[in-house]
Design a protein around this ligand. Structure first.
Ligand SMILES: NC(=O)c1ccc[n+]([C@@H]2O[C@H](COP(=O)([O-])OP(=O)(O)OC[C@H]3O[C@@H](n4cnc5c(N)ncnc54)[C@H](O)[C@@H]3O)[C@@H](O)[C@H]2O)c1
Length: 266
């Protein structure tokens, strides 16, 4: 893939790399989650898309089925423990096992000075971006311990690695996801469970489009100019990393938080 062509999937992996493997992706109806699902499907995986957006989730599943994948949609709000538990029970009932869990569901944060931020916005971010990952990590670990292992990929952010003024509550949740990723990776390494994270910068998804729309021109320019590459990342560029982290190609990588930012943090 050259630097101008972001459309290809991971060419290091052949199209049966995930044959017989089942991948569960939260927030899989849109953006990074949907693109990851398509990329896994192109490599032979069975897919469970979970999301609160039922119509878009079902549309993504139809796209996966058109690629020849076995794919199902299971609605679940990751911030609700009972829904997460049902999601895992239903997934295992459908495919017998889940090999890879991608904890991708997340919500954005309206940029606001911290002292003026509505607590509800902070608490909602904690609910989805942190509690949601926590519930899914726990459910995944219980299943993978009984199933001889698996892979967990958490979608964090560059906002989990460095300061992120005006979105401090979002940044706090993503820092927490990175701490959770590293701790769990070490704790379960001997159980053949690898746990890694991706830390994207600004990626061209509906989430970022909504954020850009809420900004003035100066803010929009600062977002587009944040990367030395002077462009947004593409969902495919994050999907490629997620798929690679879930593959045997990364078999010695554990507790790693992979930055994908066009050099922004370099
Ligand atoms: N786009 C970026 O620039 C960027 C950068 C860094 C990290 N991220 C992270 O990537 C992940 C995916 O974001 P995206 O940009 O693809 O956004 P997106 O809005 O396109 O997709 C997020 C999906 O999560 C779903 N979702 C929201 N709340 C949910 C809940 N409670 N339970 C289940 N599903 C829920 C949404 O319905 C949506 O389909 C998020 O965790 C986000 O924080 C995105």
């Amino acid at each position: 893939m050259n630097s101008n062509d972001t459309s290809n999937n991971v060419s290091l992996l052949n199209n049966t790399a995930f044959a017989g493997k089942t991948i569960l992706i939260t927030g899989g109806a849109s953006g990074i989650g949907a693109q990851s699902a398509i990329t896994f499907a192109q490599l032979g995986a069975n897919i469970i898309i979970s999301d609160i957006n039922v119509s878009q989730g079902q549309a993504t599943v139809a796209q996966l089925q058109a690629l020849g994948a076995q794919a199902v949609f299971i609605a679940a709000d990751v911030s609700r423990i009972e829904q997460v538990n049902t999601l895992f029970t239903s997934s295992i009932a459908r495919f017998n096992k889940v090999d890879v869990v991608v904890n991708n569901a997340g919500i954005e944060y309206t940029p606001t000075p911290t002292h003026l931020t509505d607590d509800e916005l902070f608490l909602k971010n904690i609910d989805v971006n942190l509690k949601g990952v926590w519930f899914c990590v726990k459910a995944a670990l219980k299943h993978m311990l009984a199933n001889n292992g698996g892979q967990i990929i958490n979608v964090a952010s560059v906002a989990g690695l460095r300061s992120a003024p005006m979105i401090s509550g979002y940044s706090a949740t993503k820092h927490a996801v990175i701490g959770l990723t590293k701790s769990v990776a070490v704790e379960y390494a001997r159980a053949n469970i690898r746990v890694n994270a991706v830390c994207p910068s600004f990626i061209d998804t509906p989430m970022v489009q909504r954020t850009l729309e809420a900004m003035d021109e100066r803010g929009q320019k600062s977002v587009l100019g944040a990367s030395p590459m002077k462009r947004l990342g593409q969902p495919q560029e994050i999907a490629n990393a997620i798929v690679w982290l879930a593959s045997e190609q990364s078999s010695f990588m554990n507790g790693h938080c992979m930055t994908l930012d066009g050099g922004m943090l370099a």
